[in-house]
Write a protein that binds this ligand. Structure first.
Ligand code: ABU
Length: 473
């Protein structure tokens, strides 16, 4: 019946029944129910198994409605569950229900956050969140923009930094000069990727060594800067990481700030993962001196339980974003001042509304709710560390700085354990390496978990390791 959506005589009725809110809600409910029912499921589906069950190709004729729902359901059921008790694989995990609902509303409202004319209150909501984030960081005259993830937030920061060296770059390019960026060997790969995009060149990113906690070494940075200056290069950007991807380490803002300021180098903090600790009085010390930075990237979609993507780039000096990203566009920026048209400060044109879900959740929880949420995450992490320390088969690699707990099961390769766990549907957890050691990285970022969940997961890891050990004998 419904596949006749576009047949002439029935068109009006069919369009209404397809697009009507009630039907939309019914369909959504079917999919959500299916998803919720399967949420505890960790079954692994191979690409072949998915291709076999899900007709992926687009056909010529409309699909009958029931068939369509069946196909959508099949996809939803086979999608890895990132908020269940078996997921420790990424720096995100878990979700806050209100933020999920707000994000569904975003799709339903379908605005684009470039002008007040088409986004209305969402422009004001973005303003307020960016103001709030600047206040939390300590940027008293700052500004910001929402970006599609930390990599692009870091890109915005690198553009601001590069153009701050020479205002002519935006119009004329690099003029044959060599600009050099610095990050630690533990920093995110986006710094190198962005250097390639920016015309700076990937080979002009210096990867500085780290100490035994994974924190970048300031003396090595200083030496490298001197060498680059002596070679006639222009050191323009240093990336500090607040929460490295593998260990969760925090670089020391205060000590790097002195060297960076002495050489007029833009100091960026990639807090994609870790900037959220600023919301906890007890944990904020991890980012001491963050207000000395020139820019900070902060992803609430990691520690704060907001669905992907939700990422902000905050800059210390108001006005720089427009100076670097504004273009004249008569067809788009027709009404209102630039202040009300965030498209004039953005890397993008059409831009998804990633602010509403964060704002709705922050209103619901308040500052205090987020602080308690963070405290719970850190307590869970501490419980996991105690469990690992009290079991002689496990070896903790390092005292964790944030929510990453890195350990190994003595005598069994960590990558093999992680892969076997996934393929057997026991759960998803990743592995990492540091200073020649490979280990399991379990990220305890889902605030809905309990200590019992962690114990159960650790038991699964142990059983998997023992069974691999037995097979190898
Ligand atoms: N942007 C880094 C994400 C890596 C992770 O989730 O593990």
């Amino acid at each position: 019946m419904h596949n006749t959506k576009y047949k002439q005589e029935e068109q009006d009725i069919q369009l209404e029944s397809f697009a009507g809110p009630q039907l939309l809600m019914d369909q959504l409910k079917i999919l959500l129910d299916a998803y919720e029912a399967a949420e505890s499921d960790g079954t692994f589906y191979s690409p072949e198994a998915i291709r076999q069950r899900v007709p992926l190709s687009i056909q010529d004729d409309p699909l009958p409605h029931d068939e369509l729902l069946d196909v959508l359901k099949a996809v939803v059921l086979r999608t890895p569950k990132t908020a269940n008790r078996l997921f420790f694989n990424q720096l995100f995990g878990g979700k806050e229900d209100l933020a999920v609902v707000a994000d569904m509303m975003v799709a339903r409202m379908n605005n684009s956050n470039y002008t007040y004319k088409v986004a209305g209150p969402h422009v004001l909501i973005e303003h307020e969140l960016l103001r709030k984030a600047c206040e939390v960081i300590g940027f008293s005259a700052g500004e910001g923009t929402f970006c599609p993830g930390g990599s692009l937030g870091n890109l915005v920061a690198m553009i601001l930094a590069r153009n701050a060296c020479d205002p002519g770059i935006r119009d004329h390019g690099l003029a044959g000069k060599t600009y050099v960026a610095y990050t630690s060997v533990e920093g995110h790969y986006s710094i190198k990727k962005n250097a390639g995009i920016l015309g700076v060149g990937r080979h002009n990113v210096r990867e500085i060594g780290v100490n035994e906690r994974g924190e970048m070494l300031v003396d090595e940075f200083n030496r490298q800067v001197q060498q680059d200056l002596a070679a006639g290069h222009i050191p323009f950007f240093v990336n500090l990481t607040a929460g490295t991807t593998v260990l969760g380490a925090f670089d020391d803002v205060v000590e790097f700030s002195a060297v960076a300021k002495a050489h007029n180098i833009w100091l960026h903090v990639d807090g994609s993962y870790g900037a959220s600790v600023l919301l906890s009085k007890e944990r904020a010390a991890l980012l001491s001196g963050v207000a000395m930075a020139d820019s900070v990237c902060w992803n609430p979609h990691k520690m704060m339980g907001v669905p992907l993507t939700c990422s902000m780039l905050l800059s210390k000096r108001k006005g720089l974003l427009a100076e670097n990203f504004s273009e004249v566009s008569d067809y788009l920026f027709q009404d209102d001042t630039d202040d009300l048209n965030p498209g004039t400060r953005s890397l993008q044109c059409g831009r998804r509304n990633d602010a509403f879900k964060l704002w709705a959740l922050w209103k619901q929880l308040g500052n205090k709710g987020f602080e308690q949420r963070l405290e719970k995450q850190f307590l869970l992490r501490d419980s996991l560390v105690s469990m690992i320390n009290s079991d002689p088969d496990f070896d903790l690699i390092i005292e964790p700085a944030s929510l990453n707990v890195c350990f190994e099961f003595s005598g069994v390769a960590s990558d093999k354990i992680c892969s076997a766990m996934d393929k057997q549907g026991l759960g998803k957890v990743g592995h990492g390496a540091f200073m020649g050691r490979n280990f399991i990285r379990m990220v305890v970022v889902n605030a809905d978990l309990t200590a019992q969940d962690l114990e159960n997961f650790l038991d699964s890891i142990k059983a998997t390791a023992l069974s691999l050990q037995k097979k190898a004998q």
